[in-house]
Ligand binder design. Structure first.
Ligand code: 8X3
Length: 258
């Protein structure tokens, strides 16, 4: 017999990077699944609007402006909770697609800060509350870039490999504690901001990422997958789930229609 997880209604789910894309979609879906969702991101106006929207839909959400790379702010945030059911480490992103030979070290550093240190900060700060819940779940939203490289992937691929290793190592180290560690690794996902941010706001370059691809994944596709993994019975740990659109067979093999 599976051990049922405590009812979601009594449980808090913290989502980082909740101001747009996968984070916002995940916040909506976890709220719909009954979690009290805490939305965090730097852009306060966006997460406040989303918290209101979730509230109007009859679910529970609060917004907390937070930069995941600011450890003092993260530690302060952590004091607001006694127990937490779920932490979704989603904040991150890519900057640039330059070859290793010419990539900007500042971009590499920033990607490591957001994708790895940000995840480390939240996970370290909230682990006691996740353990105290008696059935905690840490989700790391990595990427297929955390599992193989591609030309121009550079600093993003390096950072996402770091996020993957963080998840894998944490799972080893806390085995025996009532906390699952789930890694979700999406491939090509078309969101409003990912490619635009990567290419410094260049819309043409951003559009080319998805050019001719029949159906890239959506933020909702990934959010559904995260919500599914989180809502498995407490003893079921989805270690790693890689998802891609059907048109993408690997990081470098994508079917594009003419
Ligand atoms: C996004 C996937 O292919 O842009 O995490 O690296 S990719």
């Amino acid at each position: 017999m599976a051990t049922a997880a405590p009812p979601a209604a009594s449980r808090i789910a913290v989502v980082t990077g909740a101001s747009s894309g996968i984070g916002a979609a995940t916040a909506r879906q976890l709220a719909a699944a009954g979690y009290r969702v805490v939305l965090t991101a730097r852009r306060k106006d966006r997460i406040e609007a989303l918290a209101e929207e979730i509230g109007r839909a009859g679910h529970q959400a609060t917004a907390y402006a937070l930069d995941v790379t600011d450890r003092a702010a993260v530690d302060e945030f952590a004091t607001a909770f006694k127990t937490i059911g779920v932490l979704v480490n989603n904040a991150g992103g890519a900057l640039g697609a330059d070859p290793v030979a010419t990539g900007d070290p500042a971009d590499w550093r920033q990607m490591y800060e957001t994708n790895v240190i940000g995840t480390l900060n939240l996970t370290q700060a909230l682990l006691p509350q996740l353990i105290a819940s008696g059935d905690g779940t840490v989700v790391v939203v990595s990427s297929t870039a955390g599992h193989g490289t591609y030309e121009g992937g550079g600093g993003y691929v390096a950072a996402k490999h770091g996020a993957h290793v963080l998840a894998e190592t944490l799972r080893l180290e806390i085995v025996g504690q009532p906390v699952r560690v789930i890694e979700i690794a999406p491939g090509m996902v078309k969101t409003d901001e990912f490619a635009l941010t990567r290419f410094g706001g260049d819309e043409d370059k951003a559009a080319k990422v998805y050019q001719g691809v029949a159906e890239p994944l959506t933020a909702d596709d990934v959010a559904e997958t995260i919500t599914w993994a989180v809502t498995r019975p407490a003893h079921v740990n989805v270690d790693l789930l890689v998802l891609r659109p059907r048109a993408q067979a690997s990081n470098t093999k994508v079917h594009r229609e003419a």
